[in-house]
Structures are given as C-alpha cells and as structure tokens.
Design a binder for this molecule. Sequence first.
Ligand code: HEM
Length: 130
Amino acid sequence: MSAANLVMQSYGRCCASLDFFDSFYRHFLASSPLIREKFVDTDMSAQKQLLRQGILNLVMHARGMPDTKLRALGESHSRQHLDIRPELYDLWLDALLAAISEHDKECDAEVRQAWREVLNKGIAVIKAGY
Ligand code: HEM
C-alpha cells in the first residue's frame, strides 16, 4: 500500500479514538516552553478541531491535492503572523508520532515511516512560507 494510503487509514483509526488530539497537545505543550508560550491565549478545544482539518490537508496533499491550503497555513504561521520558527515543526512531528503510536492499535514501524514521509512533504510547503 502507498504511504499516503497507509497514513489515511491510520489517521481514520486515530480520529476514532476520542482523546487523540488531547494526547497530541499534551505531548506538544510538554515539549518546550516556547510551544506553551504560543498557546497561552488559545481556546484549545477549538484548536483541536482546526488541527483535525490541518492534518487532513497534509494527508490530502500527499494524495495529490493542490498545495493551496498548505500555503495558506505557511502564511498564517509565517514570521509576520504567528511567527512559528521552522525548527518547532520537529517538536510538532515528534508529538504527533507519539500520539499516533498511542492511539493507532495497528501502528508499526512501516506506518510511522509512512507518516514521516507524508508529513515532511507538507511541512516543507508550510515552512517555505516562513
Ligand atoms: C493555528 C495547523 C504547526 C502554533 C493553526 C491553525 C491550523 C494549524 C489549522 C488554525 C488556522 C490558522 O491559524 O491558519 C498546523 C499544522 C501544523 C502546525 C498542520 C504542522 C504542520 C504549528 C507549530 C506551532 C503552531 C509547530 C508552534 C507553536 C500555532 C498557533 C496557532 C496555530 C500559536 C494560533 C492559535 C490561536 O488561534 O490562538 N495551526 N499548525 N502550529 N498554530 Fe499551527
């Protein structure tokens, strides 16, 4: 199965797990004071819904969707707006993989590698907007 399809199925299993996004933000916020600082005024329940869609955009991009949505994220996360420095995406990816490993019962080394491949491609588009 292609990496994009492995990821799509894994993401389905993650989203069916009720506290998948809570786990992600628990790991992500714990990873650095820089991250916690960025979310001090954020409504986290709204943010979880936004992220659900954001990850879907990354996955759809790997399946051939145009990069319009990802370029818009690149703009909102750029130095002129949210100012998310490119190295912070490594923490984001690690936190997401930790949450996936906890919530996708079928997650193994192949699925994790597929996620890395798919996400790195989309993250490169977002970072390019910094
Ligand atoms: C907002 C997705 C990485 C911090 C958002 C939004 C989405 C999103 C969909 C809401 C819409 C928008 O503002 O454009 C993503 C995705 C990421 C990512 C898919 C990874 C590929 C990061 C990283 C940080 C971050 C690494 C670092 C702290 C924020 C903040 C907001 C935000 C502070 C605004 C929260 C608020 O409204 O208070 N992100 N993001 N994001 N993101 Fe990200």
